[in-house]
Design a protein around this ligand. Sequence first.
Ligand code: 5GP
Length: 196
Amino acid sequence: MKELREAIRKQGFGIGEDIVKVDMFLNHRLDIALLTNIGKAFHEAFGDTQVDMILTVEASGIAAAITTAQAFGNLPVIFAKKSHTTSTLGGDVYEAKVYSFTHHDENFIRIAKNYLPKDAHVLIIDDFLANGEAAEGLAEIVRQAGSHVAGIGICIEKGFQPGGQRLRNEGYRVVSLATVTGIENGKLQLAESAED
Ligand code: 5GP
């Protein structure tokens, strides 16, 4: 998505060798015009398949999940809640363990069972794809519910980390709107696109 790549070029930067910072429009300050177009781009990418609801994980996936849900005609959005401890609610929640790349720790993500029905077609949306842990955890929760992953939509894929390949090898339809291929001296390298 050209507009997203331009925002990354102009306002994004890298920290060290593997952290991408886009706080100016996606992770702290939110650019609503850009996010609205991100939602439309996911609708364009997945509009040919059945989608009943959007699933993401708090907090930074929620904005893109909302605009995607709007582009699909106001579908429900469910966001998994993160916790450092396993649930005490036992049978009432679906839960998966996720290793956090940015925080270097393990989290549990969970969703109350009554919000995720059986046999739903669920589109997973997230801001970043790095090692694929968050998306795998969300897909695991969809599986626990007896529902189906309609696809995985990612705003920014970090192509130098293995998550994208891992999820695609498992057969998921993964669409990334921009791919960062590397970081050199704080500058983000972006994958070429025919749109550029
Ligand atoms: P994964 O689970 O694929 O390893 O990492 C994806 C999750 O970690 C996303 O939900 C995102 O919030 C966070 N994340 C991973 N890499 C980055 C990064 O470079 N920058 C930011 N802002 N978040 C990241």
